[in-house]
Design a protein around this ligand. Structure first.
Ligand SMILES: Cc1cc2nc3c(=O)[nH]c(=O)nc-3n(C[C@H](O)[C@H](O)[C@H](O)COP(=O)(O)OP(=O)(O)OC[C@H]3O[C@@H](n4cnc5c(N)ncnc54)[C@H](O)[C@@H]3O)c2cc1C
Length: 403
C-alpha cells in the first residue's frame, strides 16, 4: 500500500488545480493525483474548440453567480475567496496571459488549450505532485483516520481525499455508498431540434437580440439566436437549455417555444407596421426588411404571414398586418429533441450541495473528504463559467487542506 498525505482522484481541471495549489502552499505534504486515463486534462484539451475558454470577464461575484443554474447561492461565498481576477492573476504569475473577447470569454493569448495543459504539467512537476495515470479508483473506505483506496493498479491510503472526477456515474455511486445524496444527472447546454418552414434552408442566420419563452413554464431567456441545420442555437437557446435542464428533461425535450424576434410588444409592432404601410405603400413587404432583422429571416416571416413575394405594403389587410406582427413578436415553434452544442456537454446533477461546506469544500458527511468541480451539482451556461467553478472549488480545497 502506498501512503500519501493527500490523494486527489481525477486529473482534470479541478484535480490538477487543487494538487498544484496544495503542493505549492505546503511543500511538506506528499500529494498524488490518481487519474484513470492514460493522460489527464482531456476536457481542457478539447475545451473552447481547442482554445480553452478559461474563465469569463465578470468581476462582480453577485453577477458571476447568475450564470450558474445550479450552484448560484452556494458559489457566492467561494467567489469572494477566489474568482475571475484571481484566476487571471494565477495564470499570469505562471507566464500564461489571458485575453478577453468581445463577449467576455477569456482565452489564453496563444489561442491554444495546450498552453494551459503545459502550465499545469510544469507546475505539477515543479511542486513534486505525483501524477499516476491508468489508475482508476474502484473502492473507497475509511479506517481510523485514513482513507483506503483500491485502484486498477494497487491500493493507496491518504489522510485527506479530494474527489475531482467530473461527471462519472461510478464515482457518484461510490459517494452514495459513503452516505452522500446524488441529484440525478441530466444533460445541460444543448441546442434545440426544430423542423419548421420558417427556418428551413437558412442555417447561419443570426437574430441579434431575441426573447425566448418555453410555453407552459416560467423559463425564458434573451440574447442572440442562431439558426442551424437542425434547429436553433446560440446564447438565447443555450441559456434556456441550462436553466431548464431538469424541466426540459421531464418534457423529454418536446415542448413549444415562443420567440419575440424584435423585442417589441405586439401592439407597438402593429403601430410600426401601420406606419410602414403608409410610408412604403408602393414597395413590396418581402423586399423591405425591417427591425434590423437578417434579410433571409424577414423573408421567411413575411411568407409565413399569409402573403406572397409581391404583396405591397398598401395592399396589406388587417389580418395580414396582425399575422406579421405575431410572427415578429410571438412566433411559436415546436421543439422536437436536442443536439449537442459544439460537442460541449455539461451535466446538471451530482453531489447534493446541502452536503458540502462551501467555506472549505469539505463534505459535511465525512471529515477530510473534499469535492470540487463537476462532481458537485453545479453547472453553468457556456462562456468559461464551468472552468471558473473548477478553479474556485479546487483553490478553496487547497487552502482548507493547507490550513
Ligand atoms: C467539449 C467540451 C468543451 C468544453 N469547453 C469548455 C470551455 O471552453 N469553458 C468552460 O468553462 N467549460 C468547458 N467545458 C466544461 C468543462 O470542461 C468542465 O466543466 C470541466 O472540465 C470540469 O472539470 P472537472 O475537473 O470537474 O472534471 P473533468 O475535467 O471532467 O476531470 C475529471 C477527471 O477525472 C477522471 N476520472 C473520472 N473517474 C475516475 C476514476 N474512477 N478514477 C480516476 N480518475 C477518474 C477523468 O478521467 C478526468 O480526467 C467543456 C466541456 C466539453 C465536454
Amino acid at each position: 500500500m502506498i501512503k500519501k498525505d493527500v490523494i486527489i482522484i481525477g486529473g482534470g481541471a479541478a484535480g490538477f488545480f487543487a494538487a498544484i495549489n496544495i503542493a505549492e502552499q505546503n511543500p511538506k505534504l506528499s500529494v498524488a493525483i490518481l487519474e484513470r486515463g492514460k493522460e489527464g486534462l482531456q476536457k481542457v484539451k478539447i475545451s473552447g474548440g481547442g482554445r480553452c475558454n478559461v474563465t469569463h470577464a465578470e468581476f462582480i461575484p453577485q453577477e458571476l453567480v447568475l450564470n450558474y443554474p445550479r450552484g448560484d447561492k452556494e458559489l457566492l461565498g467561494p467567489f469572494h475567496q477566489f474568482m475571475t481576477g484571481d484566476t487571471i492573476e494565477w495564470f499570469e504569475k505562471r507566464g500564461v496571459l489571458l485575453k478577453i473577447e468581445e463577449d467576455g470569454r477569456m482565452f489564453p493569448e496563444s489561442n491554444s488549450s495546450q498552453t494551459i495543459i503545459d502550465c499545469f504539467l510544469t507546475e505539477a512537476e515543479k511542486f513534486k505532485v505525483e501524477v499516476l495515470y491508468n489508475h482508476a479508483l474502484k473502492t473507497v473506505s475509511k479506517k481510523d483516520s485514513l482513507w483506503n483506496l483500491e485502484t486498477s493498479q494497487g491500493t493507496f491510503s491518504a489522510e485527506k481525499l479530494v474527489i475531482a472526477t467530473g461527471s462519472n456515474p461510478k464515482i457518484w455511486k461510490l459517494l452514495e455508498n459513503l452516505g452522500h445524496s446524488i441529484i440525478q444527472p441530466v444533460p445541460s447546454l444543448f441546442t434545440f431540434d426544430i423542423k419548421d418552414e420558417r427556418i428551413k434552408d437558412i442555417p447561419g442566420v443570426v437574430a441579434l437580440n431575441v426573447e425566448v419563452k418555453v410555453l407552459g413554464t416560467d423559463l425564458w431567456s434573451e440574447g442572440p439566436l442562431l439558426i442551424t441545420h437542425v434547429g436553433m442555437s446560440a446564447p438565447a437557446i443555450l441559456k434556456l437549455s441550462a436553466f431548464g435542464a431538469i424541466e426540459l428533461a421531464k418534457q423529454q425535450y418536446k415542448f413549444e417555444i415562443e420567440i419575440n424576434f424584435i423585442r417589441q410588444s405586439l401592439e407597438d409592432c402593429m403601430e410600426r407596421l401601420k406606419e410602414l404601410k403608409q410610408d412604403l405603400a408602393k414597395k413590396t413587404v418581402f423586399k423591405s426588411t425591417q427591425f434590423e432583422l437578417p434579410k433571409r429571416l424577414w423573408h421567411k416571416l413575411v411568407l409565413a404571414s399569409k402573403m406572397d413575394k409581391n404583396t405591397r405594403w398598401a395592399d396589406l389587410n388587417k389580418q395580414q398586418l396582425e399575422n406579421l406582427a405575431s410572427q415578429l413578436t410571438q412566433a411559436v415553434f415546436q421543439v422536437d429533441g436536442k443536439s449537442t452544442f459544439k460537442e460541449e456537454f455539461v451535466t446538471a446533477g451530482g453531489v447534493d450541495l446541502k452536503e458540502i461546506n462551501f467555506k472549505t469544500f469539505e463534505s459535511k458527511r465525512h471529515k477530510n473528504l473534499y469535492l470540487a468541480g463537476e462532481v458537485l451539482n453545479i453547472d453553468a451556461v457556456t462562456g468559461g463559467f464551468n472552468f471558473q467553478n473548477a478553479w474556485t472549488g479546487a483553490f478553496i480545497v487547497a487552502k482548507s487542506i493547507c490550513n
